[in-house]
Design a protein around this ligand. Structure first.
Ligand code: BES
Ligand code: MN
Ligand code: ZN
Length: 497
């Protein structure tokens, strides 16, 4: 979709606007929004509401042609609920309904003139994102690997958003587009099959982003990882024929001496479980085990596109988790980059094994804070379902502040997280007789013991962990990556500028 903003006023009236269609809001109390009134010189809109052809319920629509008070070919009435105090949910469903109607039109351009400023407890930034994200999501394609393509996108391709035309509003639009494009990249990478989306593919994607947006990039190969003594990460890739890639992206948008925010993504491009092999049903979904990495790349696309004035470093630890004659076996003991040895009691708890070395590597950047993002535990899906990402951190003041900032960014963007605990008690569950740590905990609280495991490697900086196992993709008929938590992460970074 091609988006733009236009301000309509007494000189540049909505009534005189030439367009294939103008969407305006009506209410269940039979009142018209300001924009609807502006087009109702001939009384057609009032009449349509009176007749009961449209109820005004959120998401109800009625297409009118030949409205005498409008120069536009069509006027789309969109219900937004009871009255002028619009709920978030009602606004979102009215936006969806308007875009759906636009997609079925015989014209290619339209104006969306909904009451963007009237959403309860939300601001223009939110409404703008709602419109842009919904439109971008609606045209997201999943037929990239199909020979027989899905039906082509029809209807409106140029969308004008009626809002004040100031520079601040234009910036809001550009930011919303950047976030939507970032989330789209994350979705694309997630949905790609694992025979295509290999660690090398992720590295090439990162290189392309670096070229497009001017990031510094470094891709560390197996030899370099060996030299760094990343024995834990390397133990996961042992069973695979695919080369591991350790990707470091740098967006230095802030002052040279400002400490960077570091994002660390779990990039298991396929998780079979290794020798602790997973069960067959649904195993295909383990192609999504790189969604943490995908969200780092998507967030970089977003901040690159919006030219965010902040120093951000992205680390992606990418490899496959495969069984083979050379694969790590249950009981094997490996040495992590920070020296701690780990007894690999279950080769399916591999995410923490790649992340711990990436978290140690992050120390070298003297980070302002580090956030890791990982499809880490099935137990997180049990605990939180698909609504909230799990958020973990230590209880010290700096980490508490970071957790608050991430929770707030989640609420602001609608990409929510929920706090879960880490404490010494969970660390106790990770005791091993033969190594410093076991890679799985004694039964109970598997998401918390996973987070506690990571905590051991993050004591030199302020850190938080996002478990996105339940939020990164959808299963069933609507199977597909969601692009989460790109909105949360991007909002968090934007709030720090
Ligand atoms: N990638 C999985 C976690 C996962 C499973 C995410 C299902 C989403 C859906 C992770 O590597 C894993 O296998 N974790 C194990 C840990 C266990 C062995 C302690 C799990 O959650 O079962
Ligand atoms: Mn696993
Ligand atoms: Zn995994």
């Amino acid at each position: 979709m091609d988006f733009s903003i236009k301000a309509f006023d007494t000189k540049n009236t909505l009534a005189a606007a030439k367009s294939g269609c103008i969407a305006v809001a009506v209410y269940e109390n039979k009142k018209l929004s300001q924009a609807a009134k502006a087009l109702d010189q001939g009384g057609e809109i009032t009449a349509a509401l009176k007749s009961g052809d449209i109820t005004g319920k959120p998401g109800s629509t009625l297409l009118l042609r030949g409205v005498s008070g409008a120069a536009a070919a069509r006027v789309l009435l969109v219900g937004v609920g009871a009255d002028e105090a619009i709920s978030e949910k009602s606004f979102a469903s009215s936006v969806s309904a308007a875009l759906k109607a636009f997609a079925a039109l015989g014209s290619t351009d339209a104006i969306i003139a909904l009451p963007m400023l009237d959403v309860k407890a939300r601001d223009l930034a939110w409404s703008m994102r709602c419109v842009v994200m919904t439109a971008t999501e609606a045209e997201f394609r999943t037929d990239g690997q199909k020979f027989k393509k899905d039906p082509a996108i029809t209807g409106v391709r140029k969308l004008t958003i009626a809002a004040d035309g100031g520079a601040a509003t234009k910036t809001l639009l550009a930011q919303a587009i950047a976030v939507a494009n970032g989330a789209s990249l994350t979705k694309e990478l997630g949905n790609l099959s694992a025979n295509i989306c290999t660690p090398t593919y992720l590295a090439n994607t990162a290189k392309k982003l670096a070229a497009d947006y001017g990031f510094d990039i470094e891709v560390l190969e197996r030899k370099q990882l060996e030299a760094l003594k990343m024995g834990s990460f390397l133990s996961v890739t042992r069973g695979s024929e695919e080369a591991p890639k350790f990707i470091v992206l740098k967006h230095m948008g802030g002052k040279a001496k400002d400490a960077p925010v570091v994002l660390v993504g779990k990039g298991i491009t396929f998780d079979t479980g290794g020798i602790s092999l997973k069960a067959g049903p649904g195993m295909d979904e383990m192609k999504y085990d790189m969604c943490g990495a995908g969200s780092v790349l998507g967030t970089f696309r977003a901040i690159g596109e919006m030219g965010l004035k902040l120093n951000v470093i992205g680390i992606v630890a990418a490899c496959e988790n495969m069984p083979s004659g050379r694969a790590t076996k249950p009981g094997d003991i490996v040495s992590s980059m920070n020296g701690l040895t780990i007894e690999v009691l279950n080769t399916d708890a591999e995410g923490r094994l790649v992340l711990c070395d990436a978290l140690t590597y992050a120390e070298r950047f003297n980070p302002a804070c580090v956030v890791d993002i990982a499809t880490l535990t099935g137990a997180c899906v049990v605990a939180l379902g698909h609504h909230n990402s799990g958020l973990f951190t230590r209880a010290d003041d700096a980490c508490e502040q970071l957790a608050d900032d991430l929770l707030a960014a989640g609420k602001q963007s609608g990409d929510t997280a929920w706090r879960l605990p880490i404490s010494e008690a969970y660390n106790e569950q990770l005791k091993s007789n033969f190594a410093d740590l076991a890679n799985i905990g004694s039964p109970g609280g598997a998401s918390c013991t996973a987070a506690a495991f990571l905590e051991n490697f993050t004591r030199k900086y302020t850190w938080a962990h996002l478990d996105i196992a339940g939020t990164a993709w959808k299963s069933g008929g609507a199977k597909g990556a969601t692009g989460r938590p790109v909105p949360l992460l991007t909002t968090f970074l934007m709030n720090r500028v």
